[in-house]
Ligand binder design. Structure first.
Ligand code: MTE
Ligand code: MO
Length: 223
């Protein structure tokens, strides 16, 4: 399968992220996803609950905005669109029109997605990768998987889904590496303001140091 523009395949699936060298957050004894924001009342969905919902498998490559791609991954979990319809939509404040969703991880990581992108049919709340439960490196116990968007929209250790009626403030909006609000890999939407092609070489230069740092906090390094 061809890779999106500007991506290069890597061996395996490295741990990578803004967590850098920090080890993955501990998995709670009873994991839940909190649903908050423009809702009548904050609610929680437990991982046990989620495990009872219809399952879906998605085979996909994984593309980091820095330019590496892990190929041939097999994710399993619950499709996000029906989860949204059945478990989230009934909680929305009357009259509110949701435009954005924040996916937050146990490490405080936040990804802001446009609703339409989050509802794409290959978006999953995943709990398994390649036939095994997700490990700490790749987002235990639950992570968002959105294969047609760069890695930074694929929140690991997912613990909170927050609904918004306008684009929520993006803390790194003016940072030199501020992510594109849609982050679609085939459109090469890497940066919020600069063209994907233009930032390619700069981002690529970040791969080695971030990868080396991330490996230091890896669960593999500690077993
Ligand atoms: N919770 C959390 N999710 C995260 C990150 C992070 O630092 N923390 N980094 C993102 C980035 S930039 C990438 S490329 C992918 C990397 O996923 P992997 O470690 O499974 O390869 O996770 C994304 N999701
Ligand atoms: Mo990334």
């Amino acid at each position: 399968m061809a890779l999106p523009p500007g991506q290069r395949a890597v061996e395996g699936f490295p741990r990578f992220g803004t967590h850098l060298h920090h080890p993955p957050p501990p998995v709670p004894a009873e994991p839940v996803i909190e649903i908050g924001g423009a809702v009548v009342e904050t609610a929680t969905v437990s991982a046990d609950d989620l495990a009872k919902m219809p399952r879906r498998e998605v085979a996909a490559d994984f593309h980091c905005v820095a330019g590496w791609s892990a190929t041939g991954l097999r994710w399993e979990g619950v499709s996000f669109a029906p989860f949204y319809r059945e478990r989230i939509a009934p909680l929305i404040e009357p009259g509110a029109t949701i435009t954005h969703i924040v996916f937050e991880g146990l490490d405080g990581f936040r990804a802001v997605a446009v609703l339409e992108d989050a509802l794409a049919d290959d978006v999953l709340i995943a709990d398994r990768l390649d036939g095994q439960p997700l490990n700490g490196d790749h987002g235990a116990p639950l992570r968002l998987v959105s294969p047609r968007q760069y890695g930074f929209m694929n929140t690991k250790h997912l613990c909170r889904i927050e609904l918004h009626t306008t684009e929520p403030p993006v803390p790194d909006r003016y940072s030199p590496i501020s992510g594109h609000p849609r982050a679609r890999v085939w459109e090469e939407e890497r940066h919020r303001y600069l063209s994907g092609r233009l930032v390619r070489p700069v981002y690529r230069w970040l791969i080695a140091p971030i990868r080396a740092l991330s490996a230091r906090g890896s669960v593999q390094a500690r077993t």
